[in-house]
Design a protein around this ligand. Structure first.
Ligand code: PNS
Length: 164
């Protein structure tokens, strides 16, 4: 039996959609490993240590959530863990195309790796890190979309026009 779910992502930044999925996944799995991708091919607003620190802060009271980073292929990270499946959230049919390809590529790379999908709650189905970055960079409100301290850090970072 698989007891741990590995929830991989860029988390640039972590959103309330991610947080909600984590809380629901904890109803199903004994533990959850949030695996922050060091290099997922996209330019980042926040560095890896910054993203890890944000996740650590948000989940500090949750003893069943573990924060780690990985570099290279996800399947290599998953193989090193015991009793783990990959967990990904699906918001819309647009996500499905991408997630299907990702899961199948991972399965092609390693037959041992199973991916489990959870459907995002409708409340969060429009929410993405990239949309939040765009709204903040254009001066809009992202109230309720991400933790306040992350929103502040994002506003500060995008004001300066910096990225990692
Ligand atoms: O939050 P994201 O950006 O949608 O997460 C994508 C992520 C990090 C899960 C994906 O890009 C990934 O697994 N990257 C690691 C490299 C890899 O294993 N790619 C899959 C084989 S093509």
């Amino acid at each position: 039996m698989k007891q741990n779910a590995i929830y991989p992502g860029s988390f640039d930044p972590l959103t309330n959609g991610h947080i909600h999925l984590v809380s629901r996944a904890l109803e199903i799995f004994e533990s959850l490993t949030l695996a922050v991708a060091q290099n997922s091919g996209k330019a980042k607003v926040f560095s890896l240590p910054e993203r890890l620190a944000m996740l650590e802060r948000v989940f500090q009271k949750e003893s069943r959530v573990f924060i780690e980073s990985f570099d290279g292929l996800l399947v290599d990270f998953v193989r090193k863990k015991r009793d783990s499946v990959v967990l990904r959230g699906i918001r819309t049919n647009l996500d499905f195309e991408y997630e299907l390809a990702l899961a199948q590529a991972n399965r092609h790379l390693s037959r041992d790796v199973e991916t489990v999908f959870m459907l995002t709650d409708p409340e969060f189905s429009f929410l993405s890190s990239s949309m939040i970055r765009e709204i903040v960079s254009l001066g809009g409100s992202t109230q309720g979309m991400l933790p306040d301290f992350i929103e502040e850090a994002l506003r500060e970072r995008l004001k300066k026009g910096e990225s990692s």
